[in-house]
Design a protein around this ligand. Sequence first.
Ligand code: ATP
Ligand code: MG
Length: 439
Amino acid sequence: MNDTDPKSRPGPAIIPRSEHNISRANISPNALKVLYRLKNAGYDAFLVGGGVRDLLLGKHPKDFDVVTNARPEEIRQLFRNCRLIGRRFRLAHVRFGRDIVEVATFRAAVSEADDERLHAETGRIIRDNVYGSIDEDAWRRDFTCNALYYNIADFSVWDYVGGLEDLRAHTLRLIGDPETRYREDPVRMLRAVRFAAKLDFTIAPETAAPIPTLGHHLLHVPPARLFDELLKLFHAGYAARSFELLLQYDLFRYLFPATQASLEGPSGEAALAFIRQGLANTDERVRADKPVTPMFLYAVFLWFPILELARTLQGEGRGELESIVEASQRIVAEQTARTSFPKRFSAPMKEVLALQWRFEERRGARAARFLAHKRFRAAYDFLLLRARCGEVDPSLAEWWTEVQHMTPEEQRKALGLGGRRRRRRRRSGRNAPTLDASA
Ligand code: ATP
Ligand code: MG
């Protein structure tokens, strides 16, 4: 497959409707509306990317992306419910209530020869908003299975890059020279892992080979983009598998450096078991349609590094709670610089970790108040994970499980609270540092 010289690139294999399984019945009505309106206005209009791939695999796509030769301004004129977005490249979002269909104009790849201002020194593309034709658009996509087009004009599938064959063989193959493509956009390494995990595909040997030596290019990717990518990796129901592949390809260290250090340290095996269990829980929740949050995800990854640093600080004579607060602070700051960790998630995470020590205190008014704490539930979920991994005595978690189901009278007994007798506040209790605003 020679794709370096655009003139020598083959045209598309066109697979007619009778020879593939994509039915309009499985395409969202809104995506169809967009495709037909573009076609009726005289433009070319195709579905592309994950939508086509998943339909061909007989899966339910989570969304549908449309590409066309209409320019963003022209798209806007066709749809009243349309907004142009994006800085790196302009896209149209056509809105139908809560559903959005993304419409992009065909783009050409930016080759290194084109304009060095478009590339950083590492070969990374920093701007690639160059419109093109469909046969240029196909070659700038990442994997062959993501570069299949469904043509609304005659319901055929267009394949420029051998995507159908790879799809049938369950092979994930990068289009073009892998090393160049990873340098252009290092996130493609994470995408390789993500699709391999999600689709249960094998990464083609040439596509896989350069990854372990190019991982460090991820250090140049903006932290906010890595955060977005992390959520796609770990909140899509394939977190456990994605994690194993990130380790296998030695990419994990560039995402969670402190966690990697823990994995390589004396408690490495325990840390590994803990993360695996945490991610298995996340996958279970996604499958059961329960909400998941980056707060929990980061807690799973950062717990061991924070615990270990806190122990070191304690060894230097700092107090228990002070050490955990300080360790959380430092590890979170380091992590935020690498992959972003918005405050609305990191603040509650720090709280949940610091609250783990409150579970040791099973008697008295403070324990009773803890039950009503607004982070109790999240802290308790995390305690369950720790107990499941033998990181804390399981009987402690059981006790907190039982006490939640007791009647108020039973609770008072379990917590060792007397009748109406007033008790004097303990001075030490009032002066002890606490994170708990309600305490
Ligand atoms: P998903 O089902 O997870 O949404 P997807 O394949 O649709 O998978 P998107 O991130 O939605 O993935 O991207 C849509 C399409 O855009 C991809 O299928 C691919 O063709 C192209 N694409 C996305 N990101 C890149 C990239 N970094 N480099 C090249 N092409 C990309
Ligand atoms: Mg998509």
